[in-house]
Every structure is written in structure tokens, then in C-alpha cells.
Ligand binder design. Structure first.
Ligand code: GLV
Ligand code: GLV
Length: 328
């Protein structure tokens, strides 16, 4: 009997075709918006599921889906998974690390440049017909080259941003992370470890690229924003819940910091109206990994995890292999 899997959202047809060579596939190729109840109903009798990062997998869902053996997230972040609950249920979790590192680091720099140099604000100004003549102080921004870049979260993507800053823009790079990198790695990316408060006090540009966990909820709150330099920019390409958005909007409105660049939002796809009301914030719709080759590589890796695990017990990028082996 071929394993049965569910693909929760529309996906590259080539990848769907590969999955169909190994599995009986139910897919959502017309990309309908499934309620949680419908998702759980369609998961009945499925051994595997390809998720996209927004489907919540928790103890309640696992209890309702006893056939389930693997959830393959087509995202590097996996805050939609309750991994301990999955381990307890003997269900494998996989994510998609590595394949989106450089693409997402590019996006971090795109937002940093756009926010610091007021690129989208300038475009709105131009399109609104407000550009009448040159003036010496029109749309003055912040320098990126030679400034101090503070990176919070020094995983693969953080290191990609550090390399761009240190080697491409001559920036002084400082970082904060749960654990310090080995010295050779710090040298390779050109970054120095500091505490979070020192980072916020010293950086001209702060980039958030850490995983979203309960401990990191609203890591950047009013108190921490108050530590930042006037003229600083704040970039978030990780998860919206890392920032208290109302506190950030207040700081942007007051000109307490210069600008922000946000690709992720706490209630996305809803965006906090207080942020929408700020002119000095660049807003993009969670497109950090959105290039054709990278999205294809992410889908392929999720598919390879399903195929590897369900046909040979060999996932490519497991998050909780030990617990699952133990239960199996
Ligand atoms: C996207 O946000 C991802 O985690 O891959
Ligand atoms: C993701 O690739 C990360 O570890 O930052």
C-alpha cells in the first residue's frame, strides 16, 4: 500500500508530480483557504503532510490524526509546530534550512537599504507628484556603508547578512545570539559578540533574524527600543511576534528611531494599522525567500523529507529524529 499524504497549499506542479510517484496525494492545488477543521478532516488517514509554515500542528491536532507520521514544513522557521508535542506523539517534524539562506539574507539587505535610504518613501513621494524641485535636505537618509550593523540571531541567515555587511559595505558588525560562535566563524563573517543591550545601544542598523519562540515574544519592546540610537533603523525578516508593533509604531511616529523595514507581522496577513500609518517604515508581504529557484529548492526539500522518511525511514532535515526513532 502506498502511503497517503496531504499537500496543504498549492505547490510547484513538478514537485507534486514527484510526490505522486511515491504516494497517494491529496493536494490543495486550487489553493482554497481551509479552516483548521477542514485541514484536520483532510488529514484523516494521511501518514504525511507538506505544510507551508502557517498550519498549526499541536497536541490537539495530533490526537485527532493518529495515522500521521511526518509533517514537512516548507519553511526554515517552524514556530507553527509544537515540536515537543510532535515528539511525544512520535511524529517527525522537518523544516527547510540551508536552501533559503542567501536569498533571505539578500532580502534583509534590501529592507535595510530601502529603510535607511528612504527608497519606498521616495517612490511614494514621486508617484504622488510631490517632487517639484531639488532641495538640499529632501529625503535625507542614513548611511549604510561604514556604519555599525547589529544582528540579533546568528544562524545561517544572520551569518549571510554579516558577510554582506562586513565584506560588501565595510560595516562594523556586532551580533547577539543564544550562544557565541566559534572564534574562527566570527572571523570568517567579520562579527563580534555582544550582549543584546550593548547591541541595541551601539548599532546604527539592527537586523532581527532569530527564531520565534515563546521566550522571544516581543523581544523588541518599548524599553529596548528606547536603548536604540536616534537615527537607528530596525529590520525584521524573522517573525512578527519578535516586536511589540505598537511600541515600534509609536517610536517611528515620534522620530525616536529613523526607520524600520518589516517583512513579517504579528497578525499577518493583517498588518497593524499603527504601522500602516507610519511613513518611515518599509513593509513587504513575507517575501524573504521569494525567488523562483529558492522556493523550488524549499519545495523540493520538503518533498525529499516526505519521500525519504516514508519510503526509507531517512528524512533529510529532521528536527526531532531521536524522539521519533525512540517511539518507532
Ligand atoms: C519563512 O519565513 C521561513 O521560515 O522559511
Ligand atoms: C536559517 O537558515 C538560519 O539558521 O538562520
Amino acid at each position: 500500500d502506498r502511503p497517503r499524504i496531504l499537500v496543504s497549499r498549492a505547490i510547484f506542479p513538478e514537485v507534486l508530480a514527484q510526490l505522486a510517484q511515491h504516494f497517494d496525494v491529496e493536494s490543495n492545488q486550487d489553493d482554497a483557504a481551509w479552516s483548521r477543521e477542514e485541514f484536520v478532516r483532510r488529514l484523516q488517514g494521511k501518514q504525511g503532510v507538506l505544510t507551508t509554515g502557517s498550519e498549526r500542528v499541536d497536541a490537539e491536532l495530533l490526537a485527532a490524526c493518529p495515522a500521521l507520521q511526518i509533517c514537512a514544513n516548507m519553511a526554515v522557521g517552524y514556530n507553527n509546530f509544537d515540536v515537543p508535542a510532535m515528539s511525544a506523539a512520535g511524529v517527525l517534524a522537518t523544516n527547510a534550512p540551508g536552501v533559503l539562506t542567501e536569498t533571505t539574507a539578500d532580502m534583509g539587505f534590501a529592507l535595510l537599504m530601502a529603510a535607511a535610504r528612504r527608497v519606498t518613501e521616495g517612490e511614494h513621494f514621486l508617484r504622488a507628484g510631490a517632487w517639484k524641485r531639488w532641495s538640499y535636505d529632501m529625503l535625507l537618509g542614513q548611511d549604510v556603508h561604514g556604519s555599525t550593523l547589529g544582528i540579533v540571531g546568528m544562524g545561517r541567515i544572520g551569518q549571510g547578512i554579516a558577510r554582506r555587511g562586513a565584506h560588501g559595505f565595510g560595516m562594523k558588525v556586532i551580533y547577539h545570539n543564544r550562544s557565541r560562535l566559534p572564534e574562527a566563524d566570527e572571523q570568517a563573517v567579520g562579527a563580534r559578540y555582544v550582549g543584546l543591550e550593548e547591541l541595541l545601544r551601539s548599532a546604527d542598523h539592527v537586523v532581527l533574524v532569530l527564531p520565534y519562540t515563546p521566550e522571544a515574544h516581543h523581544l523588541i519592546n518599548a524599553e529596548r527600543i528606547a536603548l536604540m540610537k536616534p537615527g537607528a533603523t530596525l529590520i525584521n525578516i524573522a517573525r512578527g511576534g519578535l516586536i511589540d508593533e505598537n511600541a515600534l509604531a509609536a517610536a517611528l511616529q515620534a522620530g525616536r528611531i529613523a526607520a524600520a523595514g518589516l517583512d513579517v507581522f504579528e497578525g499577518e496577513p493583517q498588518v497593524n494599522p499603527a504601522l500602516l500609518a507610519c511613513r518611515n517604515v518599509v513593509l513587504t508581504p513575507h517575501i524573504g525567500s521569494a525567488t523562483g529557484p529558492t522556493r523550488m529548492a524549499m519545495a523540493q526539500l520538503a518533498a525529499d523529507n516526505l519521500i525519504g522518511f516514508l519510503t526509507q525511514g531517512k528524512p533529510v532535515t529532521p528536527l526531532n529524529a531521536d524522539s521519533v526513532a525512540h517511539h518507532g
